[in-house]
Design a protein around this ligand. Structure first.
Ligand SMILES: *Cc1c(COP(=O)(O)O)cnc(C)c1O
Length: 455
């Protein structure tokens, strides 16, 4: 494989970045309680915290910003968005929201709504799980065991364990399962796709028992790209056709458009079920905004509808983006650094348990490594280990990843090479790295605000 992924674009505007001194970085991370979420962006050189809302919009999207129709009701841009969602995803009913979690909140309220029940998921996403729980549901894991094994090279780690799902349906009864949530390019497993074959089987099982299949379609385009590469049958299909089929197997989706659609804010829910749509449309007014803007400005909806089309129609964009992820993974792998394999959709995940084997899980290896990468080179990453994965007093013996998420259309090959060098420098001094102690722990989603001190 080549060490580059050629971008199908060139720069028209640039944003300046600079690296502050090591001494200043050490002070900044200490002040941030060794939590990369609490760093100021001006102190960060390369920002791989997340691919969410951090993409560069295209000139066409910027042109769309000027076409904002900021009417309170019936904005022209809403109808463009509706057309784009119908055309690309095929769902007839759309409710816009300010971002993905707005859609998750409303879907959880509509489908669970305090009635309780169990929601099988392929692993979890932080906000998705919490919205299920706040609505009175209980999260269940139906991911395949390979999803939690960073060494497994299974091509579809995002698959649902169909036998396990079937057992749960039998055990709990279909009436106590408000919906099944199936996430595309599963974030917590390293951005790993499910296969069409698997989704087809899950869909058939849900249909048989009358259970709503909810797609978390946030990274559906990358998942479609992997399906085309790894499932013989879809080799000659267009991405758009694959995406349409993935949606057709589901009853509806929630979407954070801050990823695949290159916008800084936006999201929606969409469905084929008129009754679900009508209840969602009633709730969106309470929590987000009128049903023709859902928390977005008209201009945001215009940029979003253009981004939706770009995401599937310019196929080179996806190949380049996934290519950047695999190039960074290759540079790190070639230096002997332990990774989650195979690299997924949007990020490279370092295996912090193997990187810092002398630290126990109670010393927060992934949190520690994330703070060290910042100190080493001003590179901001995110902990995906015990701090974000442990819920309440549940025991946690899961993965310890540091996620290097690549914003779309923002960084160049030289930035990736620099990041690989920074990781390697930390790797060389790994045995001297000390762990952390948590000194402040908020109740929910603690990883956003938790504070640590060096041991
Ligand atoms: C980002 C994300 C969400 C939540 O969306 P926001 O736009 O951040 O509110 C939900 N699911 C997945 C898989 C995500 O990556």
């Amino acid at each position: 494989m080549k060490y580059y992924a050629l971008p199908p674009y060139k720069n028209k505007a640039v944003e300046f970045i600079s690296l502050i001194s090591r001494e200043d970085r050490e002070r900044a991370i200490k002040d941030a309680g060794y939590n990369t979420f609490l760093l100021k962006s001006k102190d960060v050189f390369i920002d791989f915290l997340t691919d969410s809302g951090t993409s560069a919009m295209s000139d066409r999207q910027w042109a769309g910003i000027m076409l904002g129709d900021e009417a309170y009701a019936g904005s022209e841009n809403f109808y463009h968005l509706e057309d784009a969602v119908k055309d690309v995803f095929g769902y007839p009913y759309l409710v816009p929201t300010h971002q993905g979690r707005g859609a998750e909140h409303i879907m959880a309220q509509v489908l669970i709504g305090g009635r309780g029940g169990f929601i099988p998921n392929n692993l979890y996403f932080t906000t998705s799980r919490l919205h299920q729980e706040i609505a009175g549901g209980t999260w269940l894991d139906v991911s395949i065991p390979e999803a939690s094994d960073p060494k497994s090279t299974c091509p579809f780690k995002g698959n649902i364990d169909v036998a396990k799902l079937e057992t749960y349906i039998k055990e709990k009864g279909p009436e106590s399962i408000p919906f099944v949530r199936m996430e595309a390019s599963v974030n917590m497993a390293g951005g790993q796709p499910f296969s069409m074959e698997n989704e087809r089987a899950v869909s058939a099982l849900c249909k048989k028992h009358g259970i709503f299949l909810l797609l978390d379609a946030t990274r559906i385009v990358e998942n479609a790209h992997f399906i085309r590469e790894r499932e013989e049958k879809y080799k000659s299909w267009s991405l758009k056709k694959i995406v349409r089929m993935m949606c057709a197997f589901s009853d509806g989706c929630t979407m954070s458009s801050k990823k695949d659609h290159y916008v800084n804010i936006g999201g929606f829910l969409a469905t084929v079920r008129k009754d679900v749509f009508e209840r969602a449309r009633a709730l969106v007014v309470v929590y987000e905004g009128l049903h023709t803007y859902g928390g977005m400005a008209g201009r945001d909806m215009e940029a979003l509808s253009i981004g939706i089309k770009e995401s599937v129609e310019n196929e080179e964009l996806v190949a380049h983006y996934v290519g950047q992820v695999s190039v960074l993974a290759k540079m790190l792998r070639d230096r002997g650094i332990p990774l989650c394999e195979p690299p997924g959709a949007h990020a490279v995940f370092l295996d912090a348990k193997q990187f810092l084997p002398h630290l126990s899980q109670s010393e927060f290896p992934a949190q520690t490594l994330a703070s060290e990468l910042y100190i080493e080179g001003g590179v901001r990453t995110m902990e995906r280990g015990i701090v974000s994965g442990q819920h309440g007093s549940e025991p946690y013996d899961g993965l310890e990843f540091v996620r290097l998420a690549i914003p779309r259309r923002v960084y160049e090959l030289a930035h990736l090479m620099y990041v690989a060098d920074v990781v390697e420098t930390a790797w060389r001094r790994r045995s001297h790295i000390r762990g952390l102690a948590m000194v402040y722990e908020p109740k929910d989603l603690r990883f956003f605000q938790a504070r640590f001190e060096k041991k």
